[in-house]
Design a protein around this ligand. Sequence first.
Ligand code: HEM
Length: 429
Amino acid sequence: MTPALTFWGPNIVDAGRAQWRKYRRVMAPAFSNETYDLVWSESLRTYYDMIAAEGWDEKRVVEAPSFQDIASKYALLIITSCGFGLPFTWESPPSGSGSMTIQDAVYTITQTLTFSIVAPTWLWSLPIPWIQRTRKAYDTMRTFMRNHIQSRKADIRTRKAENDDWRKDVFNLLVQESESDGKATLSDYELIGNVFVLLIAGHQTTAHSLAATLALLALDQTVQNEIVAHIQDIVGEREPTFKDYSKLDKVLAAFHEGVRMFPGGAVLIREAKQDTTLVYPRLSSAGIEENVVLPVAKGVQILIDMVGVQYNPRYISEPEVYRPSRWYSKNTSESSSSVEHGDNATKGPSSMQDSEPFTAFSVGPRACIGRKFATTEAVCFLTLLLRDWKVEPLLRTGETTEEWRQRAMQATLTLALGIKDVPLKFVKR
Ligand code: HEM
Protein backbone atom coordinates (compact mmCIF):
# COMPACT_ATOMS: atom_id res chain seq x y z
CA MET A 1 0.00 0.00 0.00
CA THR A 2 2.85 2.39 0.73
CA PRO A 3 4.19 2.34 -2.88
CA ALA A 4 0.61 2.84 -4.08
CA LEU A 5 0.32 5.94 -1.92
CA THR A 6 3.73 7.36 -2.82
CA PHE A 7 3.08 6.67 -6.54
CA TRP A 8 1.69 10.23 -6.73
CA GLY A 9 4.34 11.83 -4.53
CA PRO A 10 5.55 12.04 -0.93
CA ASN A 11 2.68 12.69 1.47
CA ILE A 12 1.66 13.14 5.09
CA VAL A 13 0.41 9.58 5.58
CA ASP A 14 3.64 7.85 4.71
CA ALA A 15 6.19 10.58 5.58
CA GLY A 16 8.99 10.14 8.11
CA ARG A 17 9.13 12.43 11.12
CA ALA A 18 10.80 15.56 9.68
CA GLN A 19 8.74 15.67 6.50
CA TRP A 20 5.59 14.78 8.41
CA ARG A 21 6.04 17.75 10.75
CA LYS A 22 6.20 20.04 7.74
CA TYR A 23 3.06 18.61 6.12
CA ARG A 24 1.10 18.58 9.36
CA ARG A 25 2.12 22.21 10.10
CA VAL A 26 0.87 23.30 6.67
CA MET A 27 -2.41 21.37 6.83
CA ALA A 28 -3.42 21.71 10.49
CA PRO A 29 -4.91 25.26 10.29
CA ALA A 30 -7.41 23.99 7.71
CA PHE A 31 -8.97 21.64 10.26
CA SER A 32 -10.77 24.28 12.28
CA ASN A 33 -14.29 24.99 13.55
CA GLU A 34 -14.78 27.32 10.62
CA THR A 35 -14.19 24.35 8.30
CA TYR A 36 -16.47 22.04 10.29
CA ASP A 37 -19.23 24.65 10.13
CA LEU A 38 -18.79 24.66 6.35
CA VAL A 39 -18.71 20.83 6.30
CA TRP A 40 -22.06 20.82 8.08
CA SER A 41 -23.75 23.26 5.71
CA GLU A 42 -22.30 21.55 2.63
CA SER A 43 -23.41 18.15 3.96
CA LEU A 44 -26.93 19.51 4.39
CA ARG A 45 -26.93 21.00 0.89
CA THR A 46 -25.50 17.83 -0.67
CA TYR A 47 -28.05 15.61 1.09
CA TYR A 48 -30.98 17.60 -0.34
CA ASP A 49 -29.20 17.78 -3.69
CA MET A 50 -28.95 13.97 -3.67
CA ILE A 51 -32.60 13.48 -2.68
CA ALA A 52 -33.77 15.70 -5.54
CA ALA A 53 -31.32 14.43 -8.18
CA GLU A 54 -31.96 10.76 -7.40
CA GLY A 55 -35.73 11.32 -7.36
CA TRP A 56 -36.08 10.07 -3.77
CA ASP A 57 -38.57 12.82 -2.93
CA GLU A 58 -41.11 11.27 -5.31
CA LYS A 59 -40.79 7.76 -3.90
CA ARG A 60 -42.05 5.95 -0.82
CA VAL A 61 -39.51 3.16 -1.12
CA VAL A 62 -35.99 3.48 -2.53
CA GLU A 63 -33.74 0.53 -3.30
CA ALA A 64 -29.97 1.03 -3.28
CA PRO A 65 -28.24 -2.19 -4.47
CA SER A 66 -24.87 -0.76 -3.44
CA PHE A 67 -25.11 2.02 -0.89
CA GLN A 68 -21.36 2.64 -1.26
CA ASP A 69 -22.00 4.30 -4.62
CA ILE A 70 -24.13 6.92 -2.90
CA ALA A 71 -21.90 7.26 0.17
CA SER A 72 -18.79 7.53 -1.97
CA LYS A 73 -20.24 10.25 -4.18
CA TYR A 74 -21.52 12.13 -1.14
CA ALA A 75 -18.17 12.00 0.71
CA LEU A 76 -16.25 12.97 -2.45
CA LEU A 77 -18.47 16.02 -2.96
CA ILE A 78 -17.87 17.11 0.64
CA ILE A 79 -14.07 16.78 0.50
CA THR A 80 -13.83 18.49 -2.91
CA SER A 81 -16.07 21.28 -1.73
CA CYS A 82 -14.86 21.87 1.85
CA GLY A 83 -11.26 20.67 1.57
CA PHE A 84 -10.53 21.83 -1.95
CA GLY A 85 -12.96 24.70 -2.53
CA LEU A 86 -14.34 22.98 -5.66
CA PRO A 87 -18.11 22.98 -5.20
CA PHE A 88 -19.48 20.33 -7.56
CA THR A 89 -23.09 19.23 -7.53
CA TRP A 90 -24.72 15.80 -7.40
CA GLU A 91 -25.61 16.03 -11.09
CA SER A 92 -22.23 17.31 -12.23
CA PRO A 93 -19.67 15.56 -10.02
CA PRO A 94 -15.92 16.21 -10.33
CA SER A 95 -14.39 14.83 -13.52
CA GLY A 96 -10.93 14.93 -15.01
CA SER A 97 -10.59 14.23 -18.70
CA GLY A 98 -13.23 12.77 -20.99
CA SER A 99 -16.23 11.07 -19.50
CA MET A 100 -14.73 9.48 -16.41
CA THR A 101 -15.68 11.01 -13.07
CA ILE A 102 -13.20 11.32 -10.22
CA GLN A 103 -15.32 8.88 -8.24
CA ASP A 104 -14.90 6.25 -10.99
CA ALA A 105 -11.21 7.07 -11.33
CA VAL A 106 -10.60 6.68 -7.58
CA TYR A 107 -12.53 3.42 -7.60
CA THR A 108 -10.50 2.03 -10.51
CA ILE A 109 -7.21 3.22 -9.01
CA THR A 110 -7.90 1.58 -5.67
CA GLN A 111 -8.89 -1.67 -7.40
CA THR A 112 -5.67 -1.84 -9.45
CA LEU A 113 -3.03 -0.83 -6.91
CA THR A 114 -0.70 -3.75 -7.48
CA PHE A 115 -0.81 -3.22 -11.25
CA SER A 116 0.21 0.44 -10.94
CA ILE A 117 3.18 -0.48 -8.76
CA VAL A 118 4.59 -3.40 -10.74
CA ALA A 119 3.51 -2.83 -14.36
CA PRO A 120 6.31 -1.71 -16.75
CA THR A 121 5.49 1.24 -19.00
CA TRP A 122 4.82 -0.86 -22.11
CA LEU A 123 2.11 -2.85 -20.34
CA TRP A 124 -0.02 0.28 -19.92
CA SER A 125 -0.40 0.44 -23.73
CA LEU A 126 -1.85 -3.05 -24.24
CA PRO A 127 -5.33 -2.88 -25.82
CA ILE A 128 -6.94 -4.87 -23.01
CA PRO A 129 -10.15 -3.16 -21.78
CA TRP A 130 -9.37 -3.19 -18.04
CA ILE A 131 -5.81 -1.95 -18.64
CA GLN A 132 -7.13 0.85 -20.81
CA ARG A 133 -9.67 1.71 -18.16
CA THR A 134 -6.92 1.77 -15.54
CA ARG A 135 -4.85 4.04 -17.74
CA LYS A 136 -7.81 6.33 -18.24
CA ALA A 137 -8.37 6.45 -14.47
CA TYR A 138 -4.76 7.57 -13.90
CA ASP A 139 -4.99 10.13 -16.73
CA THR A 140 -8.25 11.43 -15.31
CA MET A 141 -6.77 11.82 -11.84
CA ARG A 142 -3.61 13.46 -13.19
CA THR A 143 -5.55 15.95 -15.33
CA PHE A 144 -7.89 16.75 -12.46
CA MET A 145 -5.04 17.49 -10.07
CA ARG A 146 -2.90 19.42 -12.57
CA ASN A 147 -5.79 21.58 -13.79
CA HIS A 148 -6.98 22.50 -10.36
CA ILE A 149 -3.50 23.10 -8.98
CA GLN A 150 -2.63 25.40 -11.89
CA SER A 151 -5.81 27.40 -11.66
CA ARG A 152 -5.56 27.65 -7.88
CA LYS A 153 -1.98 28.89 -8.08
CA ALA A 154 -3.07 31.60 -10.50
CA ASP A 155 -6.03 32.48 -8.30
CA ILE A 156 -3.95 32.82 -5.13
CA ARG A 157 -1.36 34.95 -6.96
CA THR A 158 -4.06 37.34 -8.17
CA ARG A 159 -5.73 37.53 -4.79
CA LYS A 160 -2.44 38.23 -3.05
CA ALA A 161 -1.52 40.91 -5.59
CA GLU A 162 -4.88 42.55 -4.96
CA ASN A 163 -4.66 41.99 -1.20
CA ASP A 164 -7.83 39.96 -1.43
CA ASP A 165 -8.83 37.44 1.18
CA TRP A 166 -8.50 33.74 0.32
CA ARG A 167 -10.04 30.80 2.13
CA LYS A 168 -7.67 28.72 4.28
CA ASP A 169 -8.89 25.33 3.09
CA VAL A 170 -6.36 22.51 2.99
CA PHE A 171 -5.88 22.79 -0.79
CA ASN A 172 -5.16 26.54 -0.67
CA LEU A 173 -2.72 26.06 2.22
CA LEU A 174 -0.81 23.38 0.31
CA VAL A 175 -0.75 25.40 -2.92
CA GLN A 176 0.32 28.53 -1.07
CA GLU A 177 3.18 26.59 0.59
CA SER A 178 4.35 25.39 -2.82
CA GLU A 179 4.41 29.01 -4.03
CA SER A 180 5.69 31.04 -1.04
CA ASP A 181 7.47 33.74 -3.11
CA GLY A 182 10.10 31.42 -4.46
CA LYS A 183 10.99 30.03 -1.00
CA ALA A 184 8.65 27.10 -1.39
CA THR A 185 9.02 24.38 1.18
CA LEU A 186 6.73 22.08 -0.79
CA SER A 187 7.71 20.80 -4.25
CA ASP A 188 5.05 20.19 -6.91
CA TYR A 189 5.62 16.48 -6.42
CA GLU A 190 4.85 16.79 -2.70
CA LEU A 191 1.86 18.96 -3.49
CA ILE A 192 0.34 16.33 -5.80
CA GLY A 193 1.18 13.50 -3.37
CA ASN A 194 -0.65 15.24 -0.56
CA VAL A 195 -3.62 16.28 -2.69
CA PHE A 196 -4.09 12.67 -3.80
CA VAL A 197 -3.81 11.29 -0.28
CA LEU A 198 -6.32 13.81 1.05
CA LEU A 199 -8.77 12.96 -1.71
CA ILE A 200 -8.48 9.28 -0.87
CA ALA A 201 -8.25 9.55 2.93
CA GLY A 202 -10.88 12.23 2.95
CA HIS A 203 -13.60 10.29 1.24
CA GLN A 204 -13.06 6.53 1.00
CA THR A 205 -12.85 5.95 4.74
CA THR A 206 -15.86 8.12 5.47
CA ALA A 207 -17.94 6.54 2.70
CA HIS A 208 -17.23 3.01 3.90
CA SER A 209 -17.89 3.94 7.52
CA LEU A 210 -21.25 5.48 6.57
CA ALA A 211 -22.20 2.37 4.60
CA ALA A 212 -21.16 0.11 7.48
CA THR A 213 -23.10 2.19 10.01
CA LEU A 214 -26.29 2.09 7.95
CA ALA A 215 -25.93 -1.64 7.32
CA LEU A 216 -25.56 -2.25 11.06
CA LEU A 217 -28.54 -0.01 11.82
CA ALA A 218 -30.58 -1.83 9.18
CA LEU A 219 -29.87 -5.08 11.01
CA ASP A 220 -30.89 -3.70 14.40
CA GLN A 221 -34.20 -1.87 14.21
CA THR A 222 -34.32 -1.38 18.00
CA VAL A 223 -31.08 0.59 17.97
CA GLN A 224 -32.20 2.43 14.84
CA ASN A 225 -35.44 3.50 16.57
CA GLU A 226 -33.47 4.68 19.60
CA ILE A 227 -31.26 6.86 17.39
CA VAL A 228 -34.28 8.24 15.51
CA ALA A 229 -36.04 9.10 18.81
CA HIS A 230 -32.87 10.92 19.88
CA ILE A 231 -32.81 12.88 16.60
CA GLN A 232 -36.47 13.83 17.11
CA ASP A 233 -35.67 14.97 20.66
CA ILE A 234 -32.80 17.17 19.60
CA VAL A 235 -33.93 18.64 16.29
CA GLY A 236 -37.56 17.59 15.77
CA GLU A 237 -38.66 18.70 12.31
CA ARG A 238 -36.47 21.80 12.05
CA GLU A 239 -33.28 22.05 10.01
CA PRO A 240 -30.32 20.79 12.08
CA THR A 241 -27.39 23.21 12.37
CA PHE A 242 -23.75 22.74 13.33
CA LYS A 243 -24.70 23.95 16.84
CA ASP A 244 -26.64 20.67 17.21
CA TYR A 245 -23.56 18.56 16.47
CA SER A 246 -22.42 18.23 20.09
CA LYS A 247 -25.96 17.37 21.23
CA LEU A 248 -26.42 14.62 18.64
CA ASP A 249 -24.12 12.36 20.62
CA LYS A 250 -26.12 9.20 19.98
CA VAL A 251 -25.85 9.70 16.22
CA LEU A 252 -22.11 10.18 16.67
CA ALA A 253 -21.99 7.03 18.81
CA ALA A 254 -23.81 5.07 16.07
CA PHE A 255 -21.14 6.22 13.60
CA HIS A 256 -18.23 5.55 16.00
CA GLU A 257 -19.49 2.02 16.51
CA GLY A 258 -19.65 1.54 12.72
CA VAL A 259 -16.06 2.78 12.44
CA ARG A 260 -15.00 0.45 15.25
CA MET A 261 -16.48 -2.59 13.52
CA PHE A 262 -15.04 -1.67 10.10
CA PRO A 263 -11.95 0.40 10.98
CA GLY A 264 -10.79 2.18 7.80
CA GLY A 265 -7.20 2.38 9.04
CA ALA A 266 -6.78 -1.39 9.36
CA VAL A 267 -3.03 -1.46 9.92
CA LEU A 268 -0.98 1.27 11.55
CA ILE A 269 2.79 1.31 11.20
CA ARG A 270 5.15 2.69 13.81
CA GLU A 271 8.92 2.63 14.11
CA ALA A 272 10.75 2.61 17.44
CA LYS A 273 12.90 5.73 17.69
CA GLN A 274 14.76 4.33 20.69
CA ASP A 275 15.17 0.99 22.42
CA THR A 276 12.01 0.39 24.40
CA THR A 277 9.70 -2.32 25.73
CA LEU A 278 6.06 -3.17 25.22
CA VAL A 279 4.10 -4.99 27.89
CA TYR A 280 1.15 -7.11 26.94
CA PRO A 281 -1.07 -9.59 28.76
CA ARG A 282 -1.21 -13.27 27.83
CA LEU A 283 -2.87 -16.36 29.23
CA SER A 284 -0.29 -18.88 30.39
CA SER A 285 -0.68 -22.60 29.57
CA ALA A 286 -2.17 -22.96 33.07
CA GLY A 287 -4.85 -20.38 32.13
CA ILE A 288 -3.37 -17.69 34.37
CA GLU A 289 -3.01 -14.17 33.03
CA GLU A 290 0.56 -12.95 32.97
CA ASN A 291 2.38 -9.94 31.58
CA VAL A 292 4.88 -10.45 28.82
CA VAL A 293 7.61 -7.85 28.38
CA LEU A 294 8.64 -7.51 24.76
CA PRO A 295 11.91 -5.68 24.07
CA VAL A 296 11.73 -3.51 20.96
CA ALA A 297 15.00 -2.29 19.52
CA LYS A 298 15.43 1.13 17.92
CA GLY A 299 14.45 0.98 14.22
CA VAL A 300 12.08 -1.96 14.54
CA GLN A 301 8.76 -1.48 12.79
CA ILE A 302 5.58 -2.41 14.62
CA LEU A 303 2.39 -3.18 12.71
CA ILE A 304 -0.69 -2.53 14.78
CA ASP A 305 -3.63 -4.70 13.79
CA MET A 306 -6.54 -2.32 14.28
CA VAL A 307 -9.18 -4.94 13.58
CA GLY A 308 -7.62 -7.03 16.34
CA VAL A 309 -7.63 -4.05 18.70
CA GLN A 310 -11.25 -3.10 17.96
CA TYR A 311 -12.47 -6.69 18.41
CA ASN A 312 -10.42 -7.64 21.45
CA PRO A 313 -12.83 -8.64 24.25
CA ARG A 314 -10.21 -7.43 26.72
CA TYR A 315 -10.98 -3.87 25.65
CA ILE A 316 -14.47 -4.13 24.09
CA SER A 317 -17.14 -6.22 25.73
CA GLU A 318 -19.01 -8.48 23.25
CA PRO A 319 -17.09 -6.97 20.35
CA GLU A 320 -19.17 -8.71 17.66
CA VAL A 321 -22.28 -6.84 18.83
CA TYR A 322 -23.15 -3.47 17.26
CA ARG A 323 -23.80 -1.43 20.39
CA PRO A 324 -23.55 2.37 19.95
CA SER A 325 -24.56 2.81 23.61
CA ARG A 326 -21.03 1.83 24.66
CA TRP A 327 -19.99 5.30 23.43
CA TYR A 328 -22.96 7.31 24.77
CA SER A 329 -21.85 10.30 26.82
CA LYS A 330 -18.22 9.21 26.64
CA ASN A 331 -15.49 11.56 25.60
CA THR A 332 -14.22 9.24 22.90
CA SER A 333 -11.53 11.70 21.79
CA GLU A 334 -9.71 11.20 25.06
CA SER A 335 -9.35 7.47 24.75
CA SER A 336 -6.11 6.03 25.95
CA SER A 337 -3.66 3.89 24.06
CA SER A 338 -4.34 0.16 24.35
CA VAL A 339 -0.73 -0.88 24.78
CA GLU A 340 1.46 0.75 27.37
CA HIS A 341 5.03 1.58 26.52
CA GLY A 342 8.11 3.50 27.62
CA ASP A 343 8.00 4.66 31.25
CA ASN A 344 4.72 2.87 31.86
CA ALA A 345 6.03 -0.46 30.65
CA THR A 346 7.02 -1.70 34.05
CA LYS A 347 3.58 -1.02 35.49
CA GLY A 348 1.98 -3.63 33.24
CA PRO A 349 -1.31 -3.33 31.39
CA SER A 350 -4.21 -1.78 33.21
CA SER A 351 -7.63 -3.40 32.99
CA MET A 352 -9.52 -1.91 30.05
CA GLN A 353 -12.69 -3.91 30.63
CA ASP A 354 -14.72 -0.96 31.84
CA SER A 355 -13.31 1.83 29.71
CA GLU A 356 -13.83 0.47 26.16
CA PRO A 357 -11.36 2.79 24.48
CA PHE A 358 -12.26 4.13 21.07
CA THR A 359 -9.08 4.15 19.02
CA ALA A 360 -10.28 3.64 15.44
CA PHE A 361 -9.02 7.08 14.38
CA SER A 362 -5.71 6.19 16.06
CA VAL A 363 -4.18 8.05 19.01
CA GLY A 364 -1.13 10.26 19.53
CA PRO A 365 0.41 12.87 17.21
CA ARG A 366 -0.23 10.86 14.03
CA ALA A 367 -3.89 10.31 14.76
CA CYS A 368 -6.36 11.16 12.01
CA ILE A 369 -6.26 14.87 11.20
CA GLY A 370 -9.63 14.60 9.45
CA ARG A 371 -11.51 12.97 12.31
CA LYS A 372 -13.89 15.81 13.10
CA PHE A 373 -14.24 16.55 9.40
CA ALA A 374 -15.50 12.97 8.97
CA THR A 375 -17.72 12.89 12.05
CA THR A 376 -19.30 16.24 11.19
CA GLU A 377 -20.32 15.13 7.71
CA ALA A 378 -21.43 11.73 9.02
CA VAL A 379 -23.57 13.10 11.87
CA CYS A 380 -25.25 15.60 9.55
CA PHE A 381 -25.96 12.98 6.88
CA LEU A 382 -27.21 10.32 9.31
CA THR A 383 -29.41 12.82 11.14
CA LEU A 384 -31.16 13.90 7.95
CA LEU A 385 -31.39 10.44 6.42
CA LEU A 386 -32.58 8.53 9.50
CA ARG A 387 -35.13 11.17 10.40
CA ASP A 388 -36.78 10.82 6.98
CA TRP A 389 -36.14 7.19 6.05
CA LYS A 390 -36.36 3.82 7.77
CA VAL A 391 -33.33 1.77 6.71
CA GLU A 392 -33.72 -1.95 6.03
CA PRO A 393 -31.63 -4.68 4.38
CA LEU A 394 -32.50 -5.03 0.69
CA LEU A 395 -33.23 -8.75 0.57
CA ARG A 396 -33.16 -10.97 -2.50
CA THR A 397 -36.28 -13.05 -3.18
CA GLY A 398 -36.55 -15.66 -0.43
CA GLU A 399 -33.45 -14.39 1.38
CA THR A 400 -33.52 -14.16 5.17
CA THR A 401 -31.99 -11.28 7.11
CA GLU A 402 -29.34 -13.67 8.43
CA GLU A 403 -28.43 -14.69 4.87
CA TRP A 404 -28.23 -10.99 3.95
CA ARG A 405 -25.90 -10.44 6.91
CA GLN A 406 -23.61 -13.21 5.67
CA ARG A 407 -23.64 -11.82 2.14
CA ALA A 408 -23.35 -8.10 2.82
CA MET A 409 -21.31 -7.72 6.01
CA GLN A 410 -17.99 -8.63 4.44
CA ALA A 411 -14.88 -6.51 4.75
CA THR A 412 -12.78 -5.49 1.75
CA LEU A 413 -9.28 -4.09 1.79
CA THR A 414 -7.86 -1.67 -0.78
CA LEU A 415 -6.08 1.46 0.43
CA ALA A 416 -8.41 1.45 3.40
CA LEU A 417 -10.49 -1.26 5.00
CA GLY A 418 -14.11 -1.08 3.95
CA ILE A 419 -17.29 -3.05 3.56
CA LYS A 420 -18.50 -4.84 0.42
CA ASP A 421 -21.54 -3.57 -1.51
CA VAL A 422 -24.25 -2.88 1.02
CA PRO A 423 -27.72 -3.42 -0.52
CA LEU A 424 -30.18 -1.25 1.41
CA LYS A 425 -33.85 -0.36 1.23
CA PHE A 426 -35.13 3.03 2.41
CA VAL A 427 -38.78 3.37 3.40
CA LYS A 428 -40.19 6.89 3.87
CA ARG A 429 -41.17 7.53 7.49
C1 HEM B 1 -14.35 7.55 9.08
C2 HEM B 1 -13.39 8.18 8.45
C3 HEM B 1 -11.92 8.07 8.75
C4 HEM B 1 -11.23 7.08 9.38
C5 HEM B 1 -11.76 5.79 9.98
C6 HEM B 1 -9.85 7.49 9.41
C7 HEM B 1 -8.83 6.77 10.01
C8 HEM B 1 -7.54 7.22 10.13
C9 HEM B 1 -6.50 6.58 10.91
C10 HEM B 1 -6.68 5.31 11.73
C11 HEM B 1 -5.38 7.30 10.77
C12 HEM B 1 -4.06 7.08 11.47
C13 HEM B 1 -3.07 6.33 10.66
C14 HEM B 1 -1.86 6.08 11.52
O1 HEM B 1 -1.88 6.35 12.73
O2 HEM B 1 -0.89 5.58 10.98
C15 HEM B 1 -5.68 8.41 9.88
C16 HEM B 1 -4.77 9.35 9.46
C17 HEM B 1 -5.06 10.36 8.58
N1 HEM B 1 -6.31 10.73 8.12
FE1 HEM B 1 -8.03 9.78 8.53
N2 HEM B 1 -9.74 8.70 8.77
C18 HEM B 1 -10.99 9.10 8.36
C19 HEM B 1 -11.31 10.28 7.70
C20 HEM B 1 -10.41 11.21 7.25
C21 HEM B 1 -10.76 12.44 6.55
C22 HEM B 1 -12.18 12.91 6.27
C23 HEM B 1 -9.57 13.05 6.24
C24 HEM B 1 -9.34 14.35 5.53
C25 HEM B 1 -10.23 15.28 5.32
C26 HEM B 1 -8.50 12.22 6.75
C27 HEM B 1 -7.17 12.48 6.61
C28 HEM B 1 -6.17 11.80 7.26
C29 HEM B 1 -4.77 12.15 7.18
C30 HEM B 1 -4.18 13.27 6.32
C31 HEM B 1 -4.08 11.26 8.00
C32 HEM B 1 -2.57 11.22 8.28
C33 HEM B 1 -2.33 12.01 9.54
C34 HEM B 1 -0.88 12.10 9.95
O3 HEM B 1 -0.10 11.18 9.70
O4 HEM B 1 -0.54 13.13 10.55
N3 HEM B 1 -9.04 11.12 7.36
N4 HEM B 1 -7.01 8.33 9.52
